[in-house]
Write a protein that binds this ligand. Structure first.
Ligand code: MLC
Ligand code: AMP
Length: 496
């Protein structure tokens, strides 16, 4: 039986989810997931790694369905609620999805299912059935989940994690960060990326802890529960800490003191998914007395580096390798860097490293070195023992609000606009978002296009976080001798 299921069965009466409308115990979660597994199986004895895409409320519905898919032998493909029709279609087609489960499918998802020939089932329609007499034995080496991640290719790739990969991620975090059954954590991060899925939801359920789920980052509600002392652990991306600092500074003094003290009492607060600016780290500590633990990770590898739970949490640094993770820095000639203070690409090995990009052996092969290390594309140095992230090898990868975005993917979408002849997308540094997606656009000869029109068009074509926020209209793009657009030069135009 899957290890996470066995662990839940050992904690039947503990509360897995708590919300205004009540609680769900681990026993109830097991029952619901077993009944969903039976409904998904129908007459089959094992889904045999069928990819089931799903879009349901975060929290207990999501966990019950994720476990139901796993227990039936399927592969969970979580969808992004804010995706545009073309983004849904890409996921469904790439992962070869023929069944989608959704609670409130919107027009974009319905249209994508029709175009992909995938059958859509409502979540309610799947619930409430009998529990199967027996569920398949699912080996830990089998595929469990596909998370779509952007990169240096124009379209997101499906990163495949096995059950064993996910267990390695969760047990590494349990060991490194002292996760325990008494913990309680708010879940407001999106559930189509590993930060929300594995670090928050997965780890909490792995140790028998309690989760309070929100439909997205609802700042006021979260702060109210923080003030009430609801949580012992808190995990967020830097953008959220920036927003929280502003919110705390805007509160009346008495309330600010109470909320800050409540943050200060938490056992652990973690930041990750993007660089935490030193100023934010320091301001958070000044306000709350809580020193954030910054860590570094990636969809394909889970968490790789972390500041320690006990010991020095150094600002601007991501600390040391997580348990079970091997790290090396490699220079441009492919040689391992032994000394401190010399930058190199972070390469990773370990049981959490993903299996493959779904149906994309070339991309999978290209992401590993000949001797089996995963190339992250991130550059770091080691300083007094700790790793510090310097940046990325590619200018085409943008991090905005904690989301990794491909400039090439966004350029590809913009080029579908009938009035756009050429474009270049880049990330411009920003205090709140880390980087903001910015587009330089060349309009076709005799074409007519203005910024409000282009913004409105982008809203229909892309998820919120991919949409360019800043535009520059230029007569032509600067290119080098090889014909490649010179992006650093364009960045200067935005910063001027
Ligand atoms: C939204 N807005 C943006 C934006 N996203 N503006 C600039 N850049 C962006 N990226 C604008 C909206 O248009 C809107 O504008 C306003 O901000 C509020 O939008 P929202 O969608 O309601 O924002 P909010 O809910 O506050 O979302 C911010 C956020 C969210 C930080 C909570 O982006 C988020 O959940 N990020 C986390 C992503 C994540 O989990 N990444 C992990 C990947 S895994 P207006 O004008 O309408 O007000 C990974 C591995 C690892 O990286 O190491 O963890
Ligand atoms: P994703 O592919 O969405 O999982 O994003 C992973 C990427 O996020 C990494 O390759 C890094 O570029 C970035 N990242 C994650 N954590 C940190 C951090 N603490 N500091 C800097 N970058 C980070």
């Amino acid at each position: 039986m899957l290890e996470i299921v066995l662990r839940a069965a050992a904690n039947p009466d503990r509360i897995a989810f708590r919300s205004e409308s009540g609680t769900t115990t681990y026993e109830q979660l097991l029952q619901r997931s077993a009944s969903l597994a039976a409904a998904l199986l129908g007459d089959a004895s094992d889904l045999g790694e069928e990819r089931i895409a799903f879009l349901v409320r975060g929290g207990e519905d999501y966990a019950a369905l994720q476990w139901g898919i796993w227990r039936a032998g399927g592969v969970a493909v979580p969808l992004n609620r804010g995706a545009a029709m073309g983004e849904f279609l890409h996921v469904l087609r790439t992962a070869g999805v023929i069944r989608v489960v959704a609670d409130q499918p919107g027009a974009a998802l319905l249209e994508a299912c029709a175009a992909a020939g995938a059958l859509i089932t409502t979540f309610d329609g799947l619930q409430g059935g009998a529990i199967a007499a027996s569920l398949p034995e699912v080996d830990a080496g089998r595929r469990a989940m596909i998370v779509f991640t952007s990169g240096t290719t124009s379209k997101p790739k499906g990163s495949v994690a096995t059950h064993a990969n996910i267990v390695a991620m969760m047990s590494g975090m349990e060991q490194a960060w002292g996760w325990r059954a008494e913990d309680c954590i708010p879940l407001f991060l999106p559930l189509h990326h590993v930060h929300g899925i594995v670090n928050v939801l997965g780890c909490a359920l792995w140790v028998g802890a309690c989760v309070e789920a929100f439909e997205g980052f609802r700042q006021e509600q979260v702060l109210r529960r923080v003030e009430e002392g609801a949580y012992s652990v808190f995990m967020a991306v830097p953008t959220i800490y920036v927003k929280l600092i502003k919110a705390l500074e805007d509160l009346p003094e008495a309330q600010r003191a109470a909320v800050c003290a409540a943050f200060g009492r938490m056992r652990l607060m973690v930041s990750g998914s993007a660089a935490l600016p030193v100023t934010v780290h320091q301001r958070w500590e000044e306000l709350t007395g809580q020193r954030l633990l910054e860590r570094y990770g990636m969809t394909e590898i889970g968490m790789a580096l972390s500041n320690p739970l006990v010991g020095e949490r150094r600002s601007g640094s991501v600390g040391l390798p997580m348990p079970g993770v091997s790290i090396r820095l490699v220079d441009e000639a492919g040689k391992e860097i032994a000394s401190e203070d010399a930058p190199g690409e972070i390469q990773v090995r370990g049981p959490a490293v993903f299996l493959e990009y779904w149906n994309n052996p070339d991309a999978t092969a290209a992401s590993f070195t000949a001797d089996g290390w995963f190339r992250t594309g991130d550059v770091a140095i080691r300083e007094r023992g700790y790793y510090r992230i310097m940046g990325r090898q590619s200018v085409d990868i943008i991090k905005s609000g904690g989301y990794k975005l491909s400039a090439l993917e966004i350029e590809g979408v913009l080029l579908e606009h009938p009035q756009i002849a050429e474009c270049a997308v880049l990330g411009i540094p920003d205090q709140t978002w880390g980087e903001v997606v910015s587009a330089v656009v060349v309009v076709r000869e005799h074409g007519v296009l203005d910024e409000p029109g282009l913004r409105a068009w982008c809203e229909k074509q892309m998820s919120t976080y991919k949409q360019p926020r800043r535009f520059l209209f230029v007569p032509g793009l600067p290119r080098n001798a090889m014909g490649k657009v010179v992006k650093p030069g364009l960045r200067a135009l935005f910063q001027a």
